[in-house]
Design a protein. Structure first.
Length: 243
């Protein structure tokens, strides 16, 4: 069975998805590229085209190894044709993970105003209008980045790991930090959603990312949780390129 493979290389995690046309057949998450490469090598599927999206520089040895296991290899950059029209003023600086999230949102909800929110190392907000025009959005620190910054940029604050549903009213240093980081991010997300809804209605909100489980049930507006949004978007880009 011929499969297209999309690879999403983030700051802390790497994901691979195996698609038969628009259908996601299998997916895996890794913390090291050699493990990802081995998963593609030993896959029971026959690999046709591979599309790689990376927010970090790629080594040629990794790309060479991928070329050995596929028919064609594409690396997502500003030159690859997209199924959305990019209105961003500096497209050469635009993160490829952000582009993939936008294309995934537009694929899931075509002809609709969409706000895609990716909660990972950073929290990315991406807006694509009903005509398929991607305008941009916002980038803010992710939960772990907030906690790490408080620890590194102060003398006494500890390094904490995020937790779901922390106390709103912190009563010691740790609970105050968790409230500020997690609930602060929750309020930020709700605020951005409300602002977009005021200007673009009706609006579909799609949320994804490794830390979304920390507060997905607490978001006020109706949202659509799409754990595989970036993979779906990458596959949509790959299919659009083939067309």
């Amino acid at each position: 069975m011929k499969m297209n493979v999309v690879i999403d290389i983030g700051n802390s995690r790497q994901k691979v998805g195996f698609f038969q046309q628009a259908e996601l057949k299998a997916k895996h998450t890794f913390t090291a590229l050699p493990e990802l490469l081995e998963a593609v090598r030993v896959s029971p599927f026959s690999v046709d085209t591979v599309l790689v999206s990376s927010v970090v520089p790629l080594e040629e040895t990794f790309l060479h190894a991928l070329r050995d296991v596929c028919t064609r290899l594409l690396v997502l950059d500003a030159q690859v044709a997209l199924p959305v029209r990019v209105m961003y003023k500096t497209p050469h600086t635009l993160g490829v993970d952000r582009l993939a999230a936008v294309c995934g949102a537009q694929h899931i909800f075509p002809n609709t105003h969409c706000l895609a929110i990716d909660v990972g190392t950073c929290i990315n907000y991406e807006f694509v209008d009903a005509a398929g025009h991607y305008h941009g959005g916002a980038i803010s620190p992710g939960i772990r980045m907030r906690l790490q910054a408080m620890h590194q940029l102060t003398a006494k604050l500890p390094l904490l790991q995020p937790v779901a549903n922390p106390a709103w009213l912190g009563q010691d240093t740790a609970s105050c930090m968790l409230s500020g980081a997690v609930i602060g991010a929750l309020e930020e997300i709700n605020g951005f959603i409300a602002r977009y809804q005021t200007q673009y209605s009706p609006l579909r909100v799609i949320i994804t990312g490794g830390d979304v489980q920390l507060f997905e049930s607490q978001l006020k507006p109706s949202i659509f949780v799409a754990p595989d949004l970036v993979l779906v978007g990458l596959n949509r880009i790959l299919l659009h390129h083939a067309e």
